[in-house]
Write a protein that binds this ligand. Sequence first.
Ligand code: NAD
Length: 352
Amino acid sequence: MQGFTYDALPGRVVFGHGTFRQLPEEVVRLGLERALVLATPQQLREAERIAATLGGRSVGVFAEAAMHTPVEVTERAMAVVAARGADGVISIGGGSTTGLGKAIALRSDLPQIVVPTTYAGSEMTPILGETAQGRKTTQRSLKVLPEVVIYDVDLTLTLPAGLSGTSGINAIAHAVEALYSRDANPVISLMAEEGIAALARALPGITADPLDRAARSDALYGAYLCGVCLGAVGMALHHKLCHTLGGTFDLPHSETHTIILPHALAYNAPAVMPALARIERALGGPDAPRRLYELAATVGAPRALRDLGMPESGIAEAAAIAMANPYWNPAPLEKERLAALLSRAWEGAPPA
Ligand code: NAD
């Protein structure tokens, strides 16, 4: 065994079916008396149902969470926190809602309980991306790491099949890059391999039957592990490209990850052989980039950036932006190769 450094992050996880019923207990455990429940407008009803289970320990719902954590929304939420004297937040939803809870925690140090309903994994990370005046910036701070995460498989049953597929592949991307991360360590690599395997096994089952509780359970477990990976070690080319594409062309988050992952892995593959072997073991056979490309088709996900509305002229622009701020990647970053990668992803061609 080679030497390694591993900064394990604190946090309590409750996982199972129907676990949202343990929320009142967790609220008492944290000593919260005035919790504000957060959601997107689309999940207002679930948020109200959750708030109702808390009786007098909830000060109601703020349901304006939006993709990429716009600071205007956070400011409105902070006004509600102050007006109602909230002493903690409960985020129920995907990465957008978790992002709002983290943005509030950054500004107030209020404790957070997160009830994730997608596979994005943000609940396990000390990372916060925020958007102000159309620009997204990302920071790491232990202040934003949630204190408690309640994974309730039953709350994921309503996640539409299409979004389940892309959200699940978004999670796989965290684990793929964790396996070849500059600061990879054997503990996180175990979680990464297990996370990829659980999701790769589960996602086709969810596409076939979104109410398949066993598949949903595997997928949420995999998403949890992949979220831990994202929070623990640094990412590389794949995440950088998705960040650039999302920010520059306003492309949807999980679909963009789903399209880019096979291509980014193909780009890095020759430089990451031991990690690749583990990814292939988790995916059940050789040629991991191709398997991920086919998994996207199996779950009915888009495979071409042009289908997300990205203009062809954006290929060169995205390659230039991705080269502009150098960052670590296992394979050298070359503008022509990046443009070729983006070009294949734009037209939906299989990975090179
Ligand atoms: P999302 O949170 O935007 O959710 C997408 C839509 O699905 C929303 O309308 C939501 O209300 C709805 N939804 C969620 N769960 C549902 C369910 N079970 N049933 C029915 N509808 C449901 O999407 P996401 O992909 O989870 O999150 C994307 C955001 O998270 C991006 O802004 C991304 O940058 C961020 N993110 C951050 C981190 C981090 O570590 N900071 C990690 C991953 C993602």
